[in-house]
Design a protein around this ligand. Sequence first.
Ligand SMILES: *Cc1c(COP(=O)(O)O)cnc(C)c1O
Length: 438
Amino acid sequence: MGIAEHALLSTLQHREPLLWLNPAVAPALRILEELHSEYGIGLQDIEKADRLLRRWSNALTRLFPELADAEGIIESPLLPLEHASTVTGAHLAGRFLIKADHALPVAGSIKARGGIFEVLTHAQALAARAGLFREGDDPLVLLRPDAQAFFAQYSVSVGSTGNLGLSIGVMASALGFRASVHMSSEAKDWKKLRLRNRGVTVIEHSGDYALAVAAGRDQADADPKGYFVDDENSRHLFLGYAVAALRLREQLAAAGIAVNASHPLFVYLPCGVGGAPGGITFGLKHVFGDAVHCFFGEPAASPAMLVRALSGERRRSVYDIGLDNLTEADGLAVGEASELVYQLIRNLFAGEYTVEDKDLFRVVYRLKEATGIQIEPSAAAAFLGIRFFEEAAGRRYLQAATHGAGQATHIFWTTGGSLVPQSEHARFYQHGRDLAAG
Ligand SMILES: *Cc1c(COP(=O)(O)O)cnc(C)c1O
């Protein structure tokens, strides 16, 4: 069935928040085996990505002293969320946690793991080809002046609504690459400024995210020493994001929280092009199998992954159903999902929900009030899925998943915010407060 006949079409077009349960979700073990044989991607690749990031820990600490306490591992805490209902508005039994990627060091968003992993992979491969790096070397050798001079001949570029540009731009320029970021119209001025201060070239485009990506891709294609991080089609980004699952497994174990058939895990992930939530879902399915239920949240104006899933056709965008892709959630302002990611997760993610901008601001305000945590509007989408489990279809789903026992653990993945300037936070907060009062 195409999207034109879909029962949800008019709800989508009217931008009414909705929950969609993925009818294609299938047993994780079988799907992961199929993906492994069809795409050659699996747990070993995630573990390999984790090893590469760990091997870089000395070098990363040298480049970013803020990582010293964490011994060079870019990771965020898992935090308890007391009184979740004051933030989410939903009154459900269960345990509630925040996976605090808004506080990920170096890049301040979920883009840190994927973006940095891809840049490091590329740098290592280039250096190895030039004889500057051998298997077993500590990547510290790649911080020496000769390596920096070598990388300076090469460029790394990316198209971004903002946060991926920050992650790639900061990492690439720290290694000595010429870095450029193609930014879409939503990108905020402070992100451009921050990048320019790091020596990154920012190219501004008046069009949307897909256009910025296309422009970056064309420019890199024309440069034999150019490398383009393709957010719409990158296995490296996907695998870098997936590493979060291994880390989350450790954190849950350390907190004594079991995840199994009678204690399912519900994870709420804001979704743009799909790479970050998709990679994390892929990783979590390897770790927890059918006991984990991953839901993606998208703005009602930009439900790119949902449109892809419902239409059953490639290259369908939110514009095709009359939406404008205009949202204050700049990290999620994407009209068309990554086809690669869609193919990798179509049978793994539990479902999708859409959110209105005004609710994002309300959550930003309420979370700050309840916990002091400051997130950006995109990240607030994490908290707006759970309320659907109080409605009929969601309630049935939750009851089936918990066998009626209500023993689920819910994780809200706060995907960005710690680098947002205080003046911006104050604006978000005030806007949320006005809306919450009104
Ligand atoms: C990029 C981003 C996401 C979503 O990641 P995608 O890979 O684009 O799906 C979510 N939240 C924030 C804050 C982001 O910057």
